[in-house]
Design a protein around this ligand. Structure first.
Ligand SMILES: NC(=O)c1ccc[n+]([C@@H]2O[C@H](COP(=O)([O-])OP(=O)(O)OC[C@H]3O[C@@H](n4cnc5c(N)ncnc54)[C@H](O)[C@@H]3O)[C@@H](O)[C@H]2O)c1
Ligand SMILES: N[C@H](CO)Cc1c[nH]c[nH+]1
Ligand SMILES: [Zn+2]
Length: 884
């Protein structure tokens, strides 16, 4: 359906234009028109990206030179493009471009000119800057209605010329700044309501227009009548306003409160029925308090209504509410139902299983604030795509079900190395580099010289984390519960999250029973070797002597360190048990001389603790082990409970709940506790040049990718050829496929990237920008590159230094800042366990030397007692003749 009226806008300024229709007023009409040139094309793409809702945008692209830009506009959601003859011919060769999305710009204004111009085409026509409206009117009349859609813009737009064109079923294009929704506005403005219904017909004696009211999904809510006045009022107020045959002008919901927000007004195909699309508020449209005048909503609309009401306030025991509160369970149900739908054979079974899947999928949508209308808008946007995807199954699914996978084909489908090679060849475009075309475990690739700096920065973004607000919303009540109910609350959360329902005490006090640390001798040996290396490296960081400086004769300043008395060490245990983290946190605490070491780690579901962790706790002299994880463990150590000892500082990495809890307690002045740093999902960045061994590079990337799906690994390839890059990618795919945690790796690799740089300087600039937790240098003369490192948690130099030596046994610490915090934080080291105290010690001579400066500054700050503390002493010295 062509629009009854096209407001013309300038996309760069229409949101701020001072007169005429603003964005909301325009949205009621539903479509806008804009003329593009080479300068405004970027604005157009941005506009299409940002504009949601009922706008259909028509672009005059006749002055653009690139046909690719025009196709991209259509692909990005442009409703129609107005093109010149040459562009029309070029577009006819492009697949998937529907003729009804093209309008031909014609120059002449006589009927003969027009017949010539549109010969051989069936697209709409646009005649612009019309001066002689009579002429256009006459050929429009002559043509009748059996003609293509016609769009007309005017050299001097007036209400009269626009109305004349509209009445002949052509579409007037009128500048938005001349349109108004207020019938009482300035006379020089053109009333949009008049234009909208100029071409509407009424078959009723009272002249009212039959009006169908629907919701955004097109579900009929009821039938009413409109007049020019009611349409005008509706546009002015943005509400459903109609013409009641008994009561006159009817502002829907004025007395009942069941008002309607106006979305859009349009005409049907033969102009004898108006359609109002509205958002109904309150109980519903019908006076009988049902959603529609034909009864309650059915099907998906009904499901949406029910789910939304469950989300707003669920009755006790509601299954849907349980799903909202347990995303893992919802995920499991969606997978389960998708599988059952795939297995269903009969018509009945397919309908039954599809209904189940819709229910769980809609629950996911409502939980995320997504409506059916949003989903349908998405479907509509996809349906107008010009550049169609092939639609083959993605790698793992293709491999599992033995079907075609992606555009390049892969080893999974036919096993030919030729095709694998083709898939891995250096990409030319971003789309090629998406890394998702086949079943290979492969990072996205970017050649930095071919990208803008912004695109490279975007590629280096960490995977998005759950919103901080959401995490805080989960963690705060846990912390309050621990503060209020101590041990009982800790146990409750451990029962809930760790499923360790048999546990009756949240703490295990030292000495730990030997039976809890039974280990194979080779494990004991490995822990002992690592323990000793970590001890040595951290002991060497000890400041044995105080730092002493005489700043002026007789003025001696010194600084010495003291261990923090009580430390709480969090050892993660969610996706993997990490006894090595117990070593990394416990050994420096012991070396620093912390008097009380409290360790916390989530217990296993049978209530026991990993024996390796108990063994390490024993070796470092821990006072106790808290058998809890997450925010509850952090809160218990921050505030103390009946059995958990309160600590002064909490250290250790963890997931988002742990990190959020650490931040909250460290900001609570009543807790009196500090933290080490934000240490989240593991990361590694490998810089490799042509001297690097592809197998080594791949193994280092994978060693951090296997930590969790939220891990991220980056390869910066310095001036590598396509073959060298491919060798690394082949290794990565082959090694990853053989790993027990391949599914986790796949998740991590999905948001991991390779950047191909020209030289080592560019590589290091990007590495410093990213500030990785671990930086691996596998380049020629790697030691000399260390001088270029500005930001990194820990650096691994040369081919014989895999990152995992640092994770376990070399001696360096593996508890390191992630998420770019290496720009301002150090990893855990001995200094993390001590505080520094300074002291000053002055002789009488010293006070004479520095006293004048002190007294003068105290005077400036008007702090007389400060000044006197010096002057009294100096006077005393004078009296005593201390210095003569
Ligand atoms: N940066 C470093 O130095 C470093 C070192 C080692 C590990 N890590 C990282 O630490 C992280 C460890 O995370 P993890 O999950 O394996 O273990 P974790 O011990 O940090 O978290 C597990 C705990 O999270 C809590 N939890 C889980 N789901 C919850 C929910 N829905 N609501 C409230 N609490 C919930 C539970 O109490 C559970 O015990 C990984 O990302 C790993 O890469 C980082
Ligand atoms: N690489 C992790 C820190 O990001 C630490 C670790 C423990 N075990 C193995 N790795
Ligand atoms: Zn690791």
């Amino acid at each position: 359906m062509a629009s009854a009226l096209l407001p013309a806008i300038d996309i760069a300024t229409y949101t701020t234009q001072s007169s005429g229709l603003r964005p909301e007023g325009l949205s009621y009409i539903g479509s806008v028109f804009t003329k593009l040139d080479a300068q405004s094309i970027d604005d157009a793409f941005l506009y299409l990206q940002q504009t949601t809702g009922p706008f259909a945008t028509y672009f005059d692209v006749s002055s653009l030179s690139s046909i690719d830009d025009i196709v991209s506009l259509l692909d990005s959601g442009a409703a129609k493009v107005f093109v010149n003859r040459q562009q029309l011919d070029q577009l006819s060769d492009v697949k998937n471009v529907d003729a009804d999305r093209i309008v031909l710009c014609i120059s002449g204004q006589t009927k003969e000119d027009i017949i010539d111009s549109i010969a051989g085409t069936s697209v709409g026509i646009y005649t612009q800057d019309v001066q002689d409206v009579d002429l256009v009117e006459s050929w429009l009349k002559e043509y009748g209605t059996e003609r293509p859609e016609v769009y007309v813009s005017f050299a001097n737009p007036t209400a009269d010329s626009a109305l004349r064109i509209s009445k002949l079923s052509a579409v007037p294009i009128v500048p938005a700044n001349l349109l108004t929704n207020d019938s009482k506005a300035e006379p020089e403005l053109i009333n949009a309501a008049k234009l909208l219904i100029a071409n509407a017909t009424s078959d009723r004696p009272d002249g009212l227009f039959t009006t169908l009211v629907t919701d955004e999904r097109g579900v009929a809510l009821g039938l009413v009548y409109s007049s020019e006045e009611s349409v005008s009022e509706s546009l002015r107020t943005g509400r459903g306003v109609y013409q009641s045959r008994k009561r006159g002008l009817w502002y829907k919901g004025e007395s009942s409160g069941d008002v309607q927000e106006l979305v859009r007004i349009s005409l049907d195909c033969d102009h004898d029925c108006l359609r109002f699309v509205v958002r109904q508020k309150g109980r519903g449209f019908c006076h009988l308090a049902t959603a529609t005048c034909f009864g309650q909503y059915q099907g998906l609309s009904r499901l949406q209504q029910t789910l939304q009401s469950r989300k707003d306030s669920a009755p006790e025991g509601s299954y849907t509410a349980r799903l909202f509160n347990d995303p893992q369970m919802l995920k499991a149900k969606i997978m389960e139902e998708a599988n059952e739908l795939c297995e269903a054979k009969t018509k009945e079974d397919v309908a039954f299983e599809a209904a189940d899947l819709f229910y769980f999928a809609m629950t996911k949508c409502i939980a995320a604030g997504v409506t059916l209308e949003d989903v349908e808008r998405n479907l509509d946007a996809k349906s107008v795509k010009v550049k169609r995807r092939k639609g083959d199954a993605k790698g793992p699914y293709a491999a599992k079900f033995g079907v075609a996978s992606g555009t390049n084909g892969t080893a999974q489908t036919n096993g030919t190395t030729e095709m694998v090679k083709e898939a891995a060849s250096v990409p030319k475009s971003k789309e090629d580099s998406a890394g998702i075309k086949d079943g290979r475990i492969q990072m996205r690739r970017y050649i930095t010289a071919e990208e803008t700096p912004g695109a490279v920065q975007e590629a280096l973004k960490r995977p998005s984390q759950r919103s901080t607000d959401k995490i805080m919303g989960i963690v705060k009540p846990i912390i309050s519960a621990i503060q209020e109910r101590g041990d009982a609350a800790v146990l409750e959360y451990t029962h809930k999250f760790e499923k360790a329902t048999s546990l009756t005490s949240p703490v295990l006090k030292a000495p730990f029973p030997q039976s809890m640390m039974q280990l194979p001798p080779e494990t004991i040996e490995a822990i002992d070797i690592s323990f000793e290396n970590i001890r040595r490296f951290h002991a060497a960081q000890k400041e044995e002597k105080a730092l002493v400086v005489e700043t002026m004769p007789g003025v001696v300043c010194s600084r010495f360190s003291r261990p923090i008395e009580r430390v709480g060490l969090y050892v993660p245990g969610g996706t993997a048990v990490l006894p090595s983290t117990a070593l990394m946190l416990g050994v420096p605490a012991m070396v620093a001389g912390c008097k009380k070491i409290v360790m916390a780690t989530p217990p296993r579901s049978d209530g026991s603790i990993t024996p390796e962790v108990v063994y390490v706790a024993h070796k470092v002299g821990a006072e106790s082990i808290v058998l809890a994880g997450g925010a509850q463990a952090v809160a218990a150590m921050a505030y103390g409970t009946e059995s958990v000892s309160k600590v002064d500082k909490i250290l250790g990495p963890g997931n988002q709940f742990v990190t959020a809890a650490k931040m909250i307690v460290s900001n609570d002045t009543t807790a009196g506790v500090s933290i080490d740093m934000p240490a989240g999902p593991s990361e590694v960045l490998v810089v490799a040049d042509a001297t690097a061994n592809p197998a080594f590079v791949a193994s280092d990337l994978l060693s951090q990718a296997e930590h969790g799906v939220d891990s991220q690994v980056i390869l910066i390839a310095v001036d590598l050829t396509a073959e060298q890059l491919q060798a690394i990618e082949d290794e990565l795919h082959a090694q990853a496929s053989a790993l027990p945690r391949v599914d986790i790796v796949r998740g991590a690799i999905e948001h991991s990237v390779t950047l191909v740089t020209k030289d080592i300087n560019e590589a290091m600039r990007l590495s410093n920008l990213y500030a990785p937790e671990h930086l691996i240098l596998q380049v020629r003369d790697a030691s000399s590159v260390v001088s270029l490192v500005e930001n990194a948690g820990s650096v691994f130099v040369g081919p014989w230094t895999p990152e995992s030596v640092g994770d376990y046994s070399a001696g360096v610490n593996h508890s390191l800042p992630t998420y770019g915090y290496a720009k301002q934080y150090s990893g855990v080291n001995l200094a993390s366990y001590v505080k520094h105290i300074t002291s000053s010690n002055l002789t009488a001579e010293g006070l004479r030397n520095v006293g004048g400066a002190v007294m003068q500054l105290a005077k400036v700050e008007e702090l007389e007692a400060h000044r006197r503390a010096v002057s009294i002493r100096l006077a005393h010295m004078d009296r005593m003749g201390a210095l003569g």
